[in-house]
Design a protein around this ligand. Structure first.
Ligand SMILES: [Fe+2]
Length: 169
């Protein structure tokens, strides 16, 4: 039977694995984008945020006398790689990439909201504060995507008529 502290530790490890996966997925996307400079720039900014989120989680795990679990992280990396390959094979790659990022950001937002509640239940106010802070960055990324996805989709559709190869990324 897991108590609140153990459950919180497990969710922090899950979040760390999730960020590991986010980092790889975003890196694969940013590397391939050529003709959507604004999107590429925003993704690169979120890669920097994601790396610091990973570090913040490691600090909280260490403060709670536990650490990120290697196995889970490896599983996360593998599925990020598979997603990267899948996205690269799609001929509407940039559109699928935005969809994947938008979905992923919302999974992150949900995870951090649950983590804040768990940290509060465990009486760990510093972990609650850090998860709240990370959550704000995920929300900002999700709302950037929301604000730009229609415009990028339109640009993609217009370009596809002229040059599908240039449009796709
Ligand atoms: Fe994140």
């Amino acid at each position: 039977m897991a108590d609140i502290d153990e459950r919180l530790n497990q969710w922090l490890r899950d979040a760390h694995a999730m960020e590991q996966q986010a980092e790889q997925m975003l890196e694969a996307q940013a590397r391939r984008i050529e003709n959507y400079p604004e999107l590429k720039e925003r993704i690169e900014r979120h890669i920097t945020e994601t790396r610091s989120q990973k570090e913040k989680l490691e600090t909280r795990l260490a403060a709670r006398n536990t650490s990120a679990s290697g196995m889970k992280d490896i599983a996360g990396q593998f599925s990020a790689m598979m997603q990267g390959v899948g996205g690269a094979l799609a001929d509407d790659e940039v559109a699928k990439g935005i969809l994947a990022s938008y979905t992923f950001e919302h999974m992150e937002i949900g995870s951090y909201r649950m983590l804040v509640a768990a940290a509060e239940a465990a009486g760990d106010t510093e972990t609650a504060r850090v998860c709240e802070e990370i959550c704000r960055e995920e929300e900002a990324m999700a709302s950037w995507l929301e604000d730009h996805m229609s415009e990028i989709t339109r640009a993609y559709l217009m370009r596809e008529e002229v040059s599908p190869e240039a449009a796709k990324r």
